[in-house]
Design a protein around this ligand. Structure first.
Ligand SMILES: [Zn+2]
Length: 56
């Protein structure tokens, strides 16, 4: 059984534009802005794999 190093944190957001800076202790990265398209319901951070889900 393989261990997945990446912890995919799921976060619910209200807006399409979010930013991610890691968030876990010692596991951060430069702050990046992520924007979802209108049709997209979620977006994942290319740095840390956090998943942001839009709710309405
Ligand atoms: Zn991130």
């Amino acid at each position: 059984m393989e261990t997945n190093k990446k912890k995919n944190t799921k976060k619910a957001v209200k807006i399409e534009k979010v930013f991610c800076a890691g968030g876990e202790d010692g596991d951060g990265h430069p702050k990046v802005y992520l924007s979802m398209g209108e049709k997209e319901k979620s977006i994942s951070c290319p740095y840390c794999g956090n998943i942001f889900t839009k709710f309405s």
